[in-house]
Design a protein around this ligand. Structure first.
Ligand code: HEC
Ligand code: HEC
Ligand code: HEC
Ligand code: HEC
Ligand code: HEC
Ligand code: HEC
Ligand code: HEC
Length: 405
């Protein structure tokens, strides 16, 4: 009971705790992950193009501080509310002190919590707020596909919920680091995780994929004439499995079992020390979701089994290639370009010209997703089980026909 009260009126406690936690703040210069890490800001001086294009990628948007640039939902009057029913609604408002979600019941304001962290920016966004040293999800999320505020995925349609805890589970895949700490209100609403707020490293950053690079930065600053990469794991030194693990640590599906935080995972580490993937039999090809298991799906494809492909055969992670399906079709053609075998069986029927831009639509179709931005209004997700989909082919053939008439 006391905890519930504390939670409701806790807004007064927060400034005190903030002052308190300042005392433990890290030295500004040091990365919260320790001195082996340099931080993404240190990379741009030598890798300018990558550092610039990276800012437009989903990985950069995976988690960011909430502000006018990162929150895509509207705060304009009339577009800034989500109505549950005649008695209940949530208003999103912008004040001098920041951005807030406030619940109303029968016209009376109930709870008001700030937008602190924004997750996502491609299909949808969800938001978290700090309460003491714990993180909670705000009741209202945003669906980018339909440009609309929505009740957070999986929530009761008649209840305004401020109490769903955000644990390391989300941050594991959506951030680069956070230090765990004893929860200030242990067990409150079943949430037992606390954090050192100032230790959060936002985004999936350069060193989350490439591993710690402080020594690399120092060496190349001291030796500007050296053009060969030193003190960094080079991609070509990795085995195929290690290349895929660089991605699979986060792209093995939300149902993979992650017993401890994965922040420490570096290229060449053994992935099974961090994560137990969903078994191949348990992968549901028909019902993939936004947290879909790209690794498992891809590995079940004949392309994968019969070649040396890895994720970077199709993805250039430093740039946003989203929706450029013609470019991706070009990547299929790097292997499927041989007249004698391996070309599409529909080549004679459709002609190579029409085929060449449409590989993805027929062989990696976008299917409806179940999670996060749920329902038929959600953005469909391209499956990574590359195969022959007769129904999809019928649809695409009908579409192509309608275009030529
Ligand atoms: C003082 C210059 C400098 C800074 C700062 C710097 N690098 Fe580099 N980096 C280089 C040079 C030189 C190379 C080798 C040439 C190349 O690949 O661009 C290199 C290569 C790399 C490679 C390629 C490895 C491969 O697969 O061949 C990666 C990855 C990399 N750097 C990551 C980083 C990251 C991450 C940061 C920031 C934490 C960073 N670098 C900061 C100079 C720098
Ligand atoms: C630390 C976790 C993490 C790692 C490592 C990681 N990803 Fe991601 N990836 C994410 C998250 C989280 C998102 C969704 C972010 C968002 O939309 O806000 C994402 C999104 C993507 C997307 C969708 C891009 C878009 O514009 O919709 C692609 C493609 C992708 N990742 C490929 C890769 C590849 C390839 C690798 C390995 C080289 C990799 N990822 C490594 C977490 C990770
Ligand atoms: C196992 C890794 C993983 C975990 C755990 C995870 N996510 Fe994700 N999340 C992803 C990836 C990968 C994507 C992008 C997938 C895609 O585009 O198909 C994503 C997408 C999203 C998106 C949509 C982003 C966008 O730009 O459209 C949101 C919002 C999101 N996640 C929030 C969360 C929250 C909140 C949690 C914790 C409850 C969470 N995720 C846990 C990996 C993860
Ligand atoms: C999601 C994972 C991921 C993130 C985030 C990421 N990289 Fe990379 N990076 C890769 C992969 C995979 C390769 C190898 C690509 C290849 O060779 O096909 C690579 C290659 C490189 C290379 C050498 C090849 C080249 O394109 O010049 C450099 C330099 C580099 N990365 C720097 C950076 C910097 C700087 C950042 C942050 C701004 C960054 N990377 C963020 C996955 C990532
Ligand atoms: C790295 C090379 C490589 C790339 C890239 C590649 N494939 Fe494949 N693909 C193969 C190989 C090898 C096979 C197996 C051929 C065989 O068994 O004769 C295959 C098989 C296939 C099949 C037959 C599948 C089945 O179940 O019968 C289809 C369809 C296919 N690929 C489509 C694509 C599409 C579409 C793309 C691009 C999104 C693509 N491939 C990218 C190498 C590749
Ligand atoms: C044969 C080519 C190919 C390979 C290999 C491949 N992808 Fe993709 N991937 C695609 C295409 C095509 C899309 C759809 C792009 C779009 O919507 O613009 C995609 C989309 C994605 C997305 C966003 C999902 C969505 O539809 O919103 C993620 C995440 C992703 N890939 C991760 C990975 C990871 C991780 C790997 C390695 C395990 C991988 N991909 C390997 C072709 C490939
Ligand atoms: C209109 C839908 C459609 C498009 C577009 C399409 N395919 Fe196909 N593809 C099919 C169908 C259907 C089959 C199976 C036909 C059969 O078995 O008679 C097939 C078969 C294949 C096969 C297996 C060939 C074999 O010998 O078994 C490969 C490889 C392939 N396609 C690759 C591609 C590539 C690469 C592209 C883009 C250049 C592409 N397809 C474009 C529908 C399509």
């Amino acid at each position: 009971m006391l905890q519930k009260k504390l939670f409701r009126f806790g807004i007064f406690l927060v400034p005190l705790i903030l002052v308190f936690s300042q005392c433990f703040n890290l030295k500004k210069s040091e990365d919260p992950r320790g001195s082996a890490y340099a931080g993404s800001a240190a990379c741009g001086s030598c890798h300018k193009d990558i550092a610039t294009s990276y800012l437009h990628t989903a990985h950069f948007m995976a988690s960011q501080p909430s502000n006018l640039n990162t929150i895509q939902g509207s705060f304009a009057k009339g577009s800034n509310e989500f109505i549950f029913n005649a008695d209940k609604k949530v208003i999103m408002d912008k004040r001098d002190s920041g951005f807030f979600q406030t619940s109303y019941e029968n016209g009376k304001a109930q709870q008001s919590r700030p937008f602190d962290i924004t997750f996502g920016g491609i299909k949808g966004q969800t938001y978290a707020y700090w309460f003491t040293n714990e993180l909670f999800q705000l009741p209202i999320s945003y669906n980018i596909n339909i440009h609309s505020w929505i009740n957070s995925p999986g929530y009761d349609t008649n209840k305004i919920v401020f109490e769903r805890g955000i644990g390391t589970k989300c941050l594991d895949c959506h951030a680069s680091y956070i230090k765990q700490a004893p929860a200030a209100l242990p067990g409150f609403n079943g949430n037992s995780e606390g954090f050192e707020k100032s230790s959060l490293v936002y985004s999936v950053d350069c060193e989350r994929c490439h591993g710690p690079a402080a020594e690399h930065v120092k060496f190349h600053l001291d030796n500007p004439g050296e053009k060969k990469a030193k003190y960094i794991v080079t991609f070509k030194s990795l085995t195929r499995d290690q290349k895929i693990n660089m991605c699979a640590i986060c792209h093995s599906g939300a149902n993979s079992h992650i017993p401890k935080p994965t922040f420490g995972f570096k290229p060449k580490d053994t992935i099974t020390n961090y994560l137990v993937p969903v078994s191949a039999e348990a992968i549901d090809y028909k019902h993939i979701d936004v947290h879909g298991n790209q690794r498992g799906l891809l590995e079940s494809s004949k392309c994968f089994i019969n070649s040396q492909m890895d994720c970077s055969s199709c993805h250039d992670t430093h740039v946003s290639d989203r929706t450029n399906l013609v470019l991706y079709a070009g990547r299929c053609m790097t292997c499927h370009n041989n007249d004698t075998h391996n070309i599409c069986k529909l080549t004679n029927q459709l002609g190579a010209d029409i085929l060449k831009n449409n590989c993805i639509s027929c062989h990696m179709p976008a299917l409806p997703s179940k999670l996060i931005i749920a329902g038929d209004k959600g953005t469909p997700v391209h499956t990574h089980h590359i195969a022959i989909y007769p129904e999809q082919t019928q649809k695409i053939l009908a579409y192509l026909k309608s275009k030529t008439h």
